[in-house]
Design a protein around this ligand. Structure first.
Ligand code: DP6
Length: 363
């Protein structure tokens, strides 16, 4: 058989999406393997507005591993990045060892260069680590010719990253095994399942969060009895319910449970000692606004969720976007918010009826 020819340089580029959890992950049972105390469920966003792009190259001419984040060189020695690299290489070695007809695309001992960037401002405070690690792992896997289950590897970069390896509605199964082999992401429903679903990100602050997720959830695991109850009792019930709402495209059920789960996550933050505050007054104004909007319509038409920061993610259906964006515009006038107030997909215009204005736009 022909001897595989080693290549001097190989390079691949991948993109990966952001995901937003509707049943939150908060707390690890193993910090090194990143194994969660509860399963979680998220919605993967379309990549046309928000995505990470990563190029990975390997060459025998590279003297050292290097990494660039949004154009600036960063520390390649980060333990989580190293864990991802090690795991992908291990899978590649396994694959090559296993097959008789080895195509050996490139040497596993070559140094690598990785450049990654987000097409959204990092200041938007979106879970960029999820898209970032999902993208890194996809790029490395392609580079080394590794296929198959990769959510387990992405999980080693950032827990939530394993959910960005799939589109649509995704559950990260906590798993039972100490080695984490069963702590994987799987699709609950594909992206085509609910085409009317829309997401609005209300950027409250572009500042970096005070307490990162990793440190925050560790303190919560150590001190919050509410988090323990949530992981053991509340989340298992909610996961089944959420999956059903999604299957049935029941927006009211989906939206109410999304809001309740976000609120309970932030309650566990307050129950943490010393307490962690991710929501700000402005976040709470948005929560109140959403409830007034829903009360006015007599049903759940918008649902908020907040991660480890003050920015709101709003889920709604296509037919509600224009009206709700107008409500946001009236409540938080663009004049005080810079000129590029709305970006993303085009939003239709809506004029708000007097009663809605009076009932909903109170400040
Ligand atoms: C509040 O995945 O960022 O966004 O696993 O330590 O990297 P690490 O944490 P990370 O935590 C995300 C927490 C969350 C909820 C969620 O996305 O499920």
């Amino acid at each position: 058989s022909a001897m595989a020819e080693e290549r001097a340089l190989a390079m691949v580029t991948c993109t990966a999406p952001v995901n937003i959890a509707v049943i939150k992950y908060w707390g690890k049972r193993d910090n090194d393997l990143i194994l969660p105390i509860n399963s979680s469920l998220s919605v993967t966003l379309h990549q046309d507005q928000l995505k990470t792009t990563t190029t990975a190259a390997a060459s025998r001419d590279f003297a050292e591993d290097r990494l660039w984040l949004n154009g600036e060189e960063a520390d390649v020695g980060h333990p989580r990045l190293q864990a991802c690299l090690r795991e992908v290489r291990r899978l590649a070695r396994k694959r090559r060892g296993g097959s008789a007809e080895d195509t050996a695309p490139l040497s596993l001992s070559y140094k690598i260069h990785v450049a990654t960037e987000n097409n959204f401002p990092t200041a938007a405070g979106l879970a960029s680590s999820a898209a970032g690690y999902a993208c890194l792992v996809s790029a490395l896997a392609r580079l080394y010719g590794v296929e198959g289950e990769l959510s387990e590897v992405a999980r080693r970069g950032s827990g939530s990253a394993c959910r960005s390896m799939l589109g649509g509605f995704v559950q990260w199964q906590r798993g039972e095994r100490p080695d984490g082999r069963d702590s994987l992401a799987h699709q609950v429903a594909p992206e085509t399942h609910w085409p009317e679903l829309r997401v609005l990100v209300l950027v409250v602050s572009g500042e970096k969060k005070q307490v990162g997720s990793t440190a925050g959830m560790q303190t919560s695991v150590d001190t919050s009895p509410l988090l323990k109850h949530r992981a053991e009792v509340v989340v298992p019930e909610r996961l089944a319910l959420m999956a059903r709402h999604i299957r049935e495209r029941d927006f009211e059920g989906f939206g109410q449970l999304t809001m309740r789960d976000s609120n309970q996550f932030h309650a566990t933050c307050l129950d943490t000692f010393p307490p962690i505050f991710y929501l700000t007054d402005l976040s709470r104004h948005i929560i109140a606004l959403a409830h007034r909007f829903n009360a006015h319509h007599g049903r759940t038409k918008v649902a908020y969720t907040f991660d480890a920061g003050p920015n709101a993610v709003i889920f709604t259906l296509a037919d509600t976007v224009a009206e709700f964006v107008e409500v946001v515009r009236c409540s938080f006038p663009p004049a005080a918010n810079g000129d590029q107030f709305v970006r993303g997909l085009p939003v239709g215009s809506a004029s708000l009826p007097e009663e809605l204005l009076a009932a909903v736009v109170t400040e």
